[in-house]
Design a protein around this ligand. Structure first.
Ligand code: NAD
Length: 507
């Protein structure tokens, strides 16, 4: 991959700005055609993307197909199929007061948007936001991660072949190039990556008052209740932990379990691991490798300095970048494995006394991107959810929640702006622009009363209309039927006030 020359970067930006100003992306038909091209870009080149992902991450081909390429194609298809519906103006809910002004919300593109992607899902986390930004009518500067070089190189080759080069441009490079990019006044920035760089991006964006969506990571806990289906739970946790070699923002990072249940959980996790990997993954090649030497050394140091007990694994080869799937039990809150997001195939188990301690443990740390709960007890699930905060919650499963038709994103240190999935992604890159259109006759009706000098009787009537309808006092103590009766009485009072304040009515 060759880096984009620094002096080229402002020219790329100016080209995207000119293309946006030309108005070509305003056409929904144009956007749909680009989205169709984007689908073919990926579908025509699945084999090449699998190879690139293997070169970047040692990712098994089937895993690349199942967890990255299929998911991306589904998101692209969603954008393609729904772009007209998402882009069409939205009528405001009916209100007698506002109806004459025909209030609508137009979905306007923001302008030139910047998408900075990370190495771990270098196709999904570049092409899905790209589809959303195109659907919303923007022009787009893409900055793929320099750590997933083969994928970045392939995207750089294919994007101009399939998409309008006035509308989407790729800039490659590392810190100097990204720093140069961030000097430019974008209309929105979407950054996916770690919180340290998230702060750099936010600081640069603030210079231009550019809105930012931050998709960050953190440590996602798994809370295990003894009243769960342990075999299934263990299998899903191990699958979620080992997918992409643990390098997914929503991988379960650690497990919290009541101390008396730890032995059973460890036994189930080891059995699940053996079921998922009957052959040593070093031989089978079925666990993705660490992305580079720096990350392999980082995970090795964390494992080597743990004070917990390693149950399986523990080896990290910093030359071949292979980190063995590792389970560590009796991990304390100050352990090396609890010091940062692991982003590797290592699963610490933290014993606690009970669910209250588990909740306190989570609450003392940054809000996680995902909170996993394994339980068959409704009261347990509710208690954990009600007393914690996280970007998302998944119960009795891992990873799959990212594809659900809900907003997905972090809160606090795990980021802000739930952009992923469908129309939420579209809305991230859209300015919701309200439009009202007042007819002249409004002034001969009630709204004429707004002007000075005030006419006493029409002013009183307008004031009565604009007076909020208050809820009954002490509604909580009235019970259902009492509340209904009080509601009716409040409404009658409101109408009485309205009628009695008509210009010809009695005051
Ligand atoms: P990375 O090292 O590939 O960096 C991400 C991007 O930041 C790259 O494009 C890189 O060029 C750029 N960058 C790096 N240093 C920079 C600097 N000083 N100034 C400006 N830009 C810079 O990936 P990463 O950050 O290690 O990604 C892993 C992290 O991302 C994890 O914390 C993970 O949880 C998180 N993540 C979050 C999501 C999500 O949806 N919330 C998805 C994937 C990954």
């Amino acid at each position: 991959m060759s880096c984009t020359p620094l002096e080229e970067i402002p020219k790329v930006y100016e080209g995207l700005k000119a293309a946006f100003r030309s108005g070509k992306t305003k056409s929904v038909a144009f956007r749909k055609a680009q989205l169709s091209q984007l689908l073919y870009l990926l579908d025509d080149n699945v084999g090449r993307f699998q190879q690139a992902l293997h070169a970047d991450l040692g990712r098994p081909f089937k895993e690349a197909q199942l967890l990255e390429i299929n998911g991306t194609l589904l998101q692209l298809q969603g954008a393609h199929d729904n772009v007209e519906a998402w882009a069409s103006p939205q009528r405001a809910p009916f209100s007698l007061l506002w109806y004459p002004m025909s209030p609508i919300t137009r979905k306007e593109p923001k302008g030139v948007v910047l998408i900075i992607g990370p190495f771990n899902y270098p196709v999904y986390l570049i092409l899905c936001p790209l589809a959303a930004a195109i659907a919303a009518g923007n022009t787009v500067l893409l900055k793929p991660s320099e750590l997933s070089m083969a994928t970045a190189t392939l995207l750089t080759e294919l994007i101009p072949q399939y998409l309008d080069p006035d509308v989407v441009r790729v800039v490659n490079g590392a810190i100097p190039e990204t720093t140069k990019i961030l000097e430019l006044p974008f209309d929105h920035i979407l950054y996916t990556g770690n919180g340290r760089v998230g702060r750099v991006v936010s600081t640069a964006a603030a210079q231009h008052l550019t809105p930012v969506t931050l998709e960050l990571g953190g440590k996602c806990p798994c809370v295990i209740d003894p009243k769960c289906d342990l075999k299934t739970a263990a299998k899903r946790i191990m699958w979620g932990k080992l997918a992409n070699g643990g390098q997914i923002c929503l991988c379960p990072d650690y497990v919290i379990v009541p101390a008396h249940f730890q032995d059973a959980v460890v036994e189930a996790l080891v059995a699940a691991y053996k079921e998922l990997h009957p052959v040593d993954p070093r031989e089978s090649g079925e666990v993705t490798r660490m992305v580079n030497k720096r990350h392999a050394e980082r995970i090795k140091k964390l494992v080597d300095t743990t004070r917990g007990t390693i149950v399986i694994g523990g080896e990290v080869d910093t030359e071949t970048l292979y980190a063995a799937p590792t389970i560590v039990r009796d991990v304390g809150p100050k352990d090396s494995l609890m010091s940062e997001e692991l982003f590797g195939p290592v699963l610490p188990i933290v014993p606690v006394s009970d669910v209250d301690e588990a909740i306190a443990f989570i609450g003392e740390r940054d809000h996680p991107l995902c909170l996993y709960i394994f339980s068959n007890d409704a009261a347990f699930k509710t208690k954990v959810i009600d007393n914690t905060l996280s970007g998302t919650v998944a119960i009795n499963d891992t990873l799959l929640q990212i594809g659900a038709p809900t907003p997905f994103g972090g809160v606090g240190a795990s980021g802000h702006g739930g952009y992923q999935s469908g129309k939420y992604a579209f809305e991230t890159f859209t300015h919701m622009r309200p439009v009202t259109d007042s007819p002249n006759w409004l002034d001969s009706a009630l709204m004429g009363a707004r002007y000075t000098p005030y006419d006493e009787s029409s002013f009183r009537q307008l004031n009565a209309v604009l007076h909020a309808r208050l809820p009954p006092r002490n509604a909580a103590s009235l019970g259902y039927f009492g509340c209904m009766a009080a509601e009716i009485s409040c409404s009658l009072n409101w109408y009485r006030r309205f009628w009695s304040n008509r210009p010809n009515g009695s005051a």
